[in-house]
Design a protein around this ligand. Sequence first.
Ligand code: ZN
Ligand code: ZN
Length: 295
Amino acid sequence: MKCSKCGSDAVLFQDYSGMHLCESHFTADFEGRAKKAIRKYRWISQGDRIAVAMSGGKDSSALLHFLAKTFGERRDITIFAISIDEGICGYRDMKPVEKIAERYGVSFHSVSFKDAYGFTLDEIVAKQGDRISCSRCGVLRRHLLNKTARELGATKIALGFNLDDEAQSVLMNALRGDAETLVRRQVPREGFIPRIRPFIHLPEREVALYALLNVEGFIEAGCPYSKKALRADVREILNIYNYRHPAAKYALVNLGEGLKGNEGDNKTEPSICPECGEPVFGECQACRIVMEMKR
Ligand SMILES: [Zn+2]
Ligand SMILES: [Zn+2]
């Protein structure tokens, strides 16, 4: 197949646009759409210290490459990497992640569940099973990431979430009947580092291709515990549906965006958790998980 724009060999067919793209036109299209999302949401500004949440997988590795390429030369913007070691035997290994960060010349910071909470994700799974471990892990990861980023002086946390992740989240919240999460808009709050997701309009397969073309040594295996989670089911349903309706994921992400209320609609104010000192809405989920594990 030939590129619809220049006639060179194509590396990608975009089913939703009907276009075949060569490597350089794919790269231009991909980066253009990530930059557009950053402009639309005013995600990056002068003086920002951006902490890239690095698992070392395709999404976060692609994100580091994109941010370093786009903002690496800017003297007023600092980029660094934070990795969370959940403690998954035979899967989580920080060495390759550190190597990727090194290659981009950004400083690398690694923190572990074991050091922060006293137990690993393997121990959560052993005690509570692997059906709920994904949500437990997600709570602890967000908690530790926010704390670490703030302590390192970050003004933004950059996440490698792609279009598929976002669409899955919207559908999962709908299937759980979680209206509150669907309508809650992220607003700047003391203690919470704003989270940015430059790839939210880019399909997973394009992020994977961008990583393959640009990043050496990213980790290809997914988390061994993720297969039983609700997200895995939703991902499968959505991929089957999307095959015949290529705009479905965009529609879900737009729906999620459209449901979010205005800043002033958020009635609850955060408080500071007396146990861990992190800002929280209501009960601190992370400290509740730590209590459960100690019981
Ligand atoms: Zn081309
Ligand atoms: Zn707490």
